[in-house]
Design a protein around this ligand. Sequence first.
Ligand SMILES: [Fe+2]
Ligand SMILES: [Fe+2]
Length: 354
Amino acid sequence: MSDGALDLKTRTAERIEAQFAQVSGDALMGDLAQAALAITESRSEERCGGYRTVAIQRDSSPAAVPPPDAAAVRAAIGPLLNDPRRLPPAPQIYIRLVKLTENPDVSLGQVADVIMSDTASVAKLLRLVNSPAYGLRGRVPTVAAAVRILGLEALKSVVLASSTDGIFGGPIQGDTRMVEQLWYHSIASAVVAKVIAREVGWRDSEQFLVAGLLHDFGQLVVLRGCPEAFHMVDAVANRQGRFLDAESKIYGTSHASIGGLLAERWGLPPVLLSAINGHHHPDPSKPYPETVAVTNLADVISRALGIGYDGGFVMEPIPASVRSLLGLDGNRIRAIAHAVDEEYPEMEALAVGW
Ligand SMILES: [Fe+2]
Ligand SMILES: [Fe+2]
């Protein structure tokens, strides 16, 4: 094994230990930490190099970072939040599909025609539905088959998921590497959400996959629209603790709420709006508790496995309501983590080329 791969393993193990230090008394999180460490230990050199293990380092020299000018950041991010028109538009193909399916008499042929009119979307859609995470591997050769097999609601989710690389990709101001890391975290969360739904025995799983993929849309909006705000919050969080606390201190809201604004602007289904808004504070009394719970856990597990980066290093314990809703125990948590480690690389290889 090369020094580089060893170094990456050591750093990953150190990161996991530091991340879990604050939740060390929590049995379930202890199981998750053990699973993450075991996976790190067993990764081959090739896997270490190709796997998008988090490359961001915790800031260990606080004095080197100047104190944040929160007023300047608030002034910079304010226009983005106060005028939803400044948020990025939804992918055209998704807008056309939603408009078309508002007509109850629309035929499946008309839906297939709209998708096929956009050749880039055809390729991405077929890659996603035939991906291992989607679970229909190789069984959907054409758009017509996708429309027939998936049905309209699932199809809209898949078209949305397969066109989100437009907002992750494209010209980026600021830190390209951070956007890339967020994309890997989002892909990982999509895979984890799908695996959790499968473990729990829930069939209607594309909504979980899409919720995992989109849960940190708000981070992306900030990274693209006002990257200095993200970096300031990240620097403060890495010195003082929780990313969410740093967000509310510096710009007075959270990436979950910002993602919710984007979801509203795009007219996303209420279940996705709930998952995006609620992924850090799942509340079983609010709508769609199952999807919000899965999204919360998917976020925690993908962070624990260190795939990509979504800001901050502090692990949040898994809420009691999520544990009971999903019937979690240590064995199940370890099984989910190991299944994700198996399934993620292939999904990443597909998603990078979407
Ligand atoms: Fe988040
Ligand atoms: Fe996240």
